[in-house]
Write a protein that binds this ligand. Structure first.
Ligand code: HEM
Length: 104
């Protein structure tokens, strides 16, 4: 069963552009991680001020493995510069149902 891990980032309005630029220049390492299924950076439009970093993984173990190693290239900027986010919270979900458009 797939799992969804969402990093919820609180970003002050004046730091939005910085955050989006950092993601535009992201390492791109996650694409090659075992069990990685999806990534989206979601910009808030209505109802919240928080950005969501949406990721989906084949299993909890696959996420944990990436998470334990990601402080390498994927988050290389952290610790060396001021974070754009003032707060970060991790949400975890299990995929119960899903649908995709019919093909053909
Ligand atoms: C203190 C916590 C965190 C902060 C402030 C943060 C912020 C950032 C930023 C600014 C980037 C852009 C690249 C860079 O600057 O290195 C990034 C990359 C990324 N973050 Fe985080 N992050 C945090 C933890 C997490 C967690 C827990 C997840 C799990 C969902 C996550 C998922 C990702 C992904 C998938 C990328 C792209 C990596 C790639 O391209 O290989 N982050 N993060």
């Amino acid at each position: 069963m797939s799992v969804v891990k969402i990093n919820v980032l609180t970003v002050p309005p004046e730091m939005r552009e910085t955050l989006e630029q950092r993601f535009a220049a992201r390492a791109g390492a996650v694409e090659s991680s075992d069990g990685f299924e999806w990534f989206e950076l979601l910009r808030p439009v209505e109802g919240t001020d928080q950005y969501l970093v949406y990721t989906r993984w084949r299993s909890e173990e696959d996420y944990q493995k990436w998470a334990s190693e990601r402080m390498g290239p994927a988050h290389s900027g952290e610790g060396q510069r001021k974070p754009a986010a003032t707060d970060a919270t991790l949400w975890s979900f299990e995929v119960v149902q899903h649908a995709a458009p019919k093909t053909g």
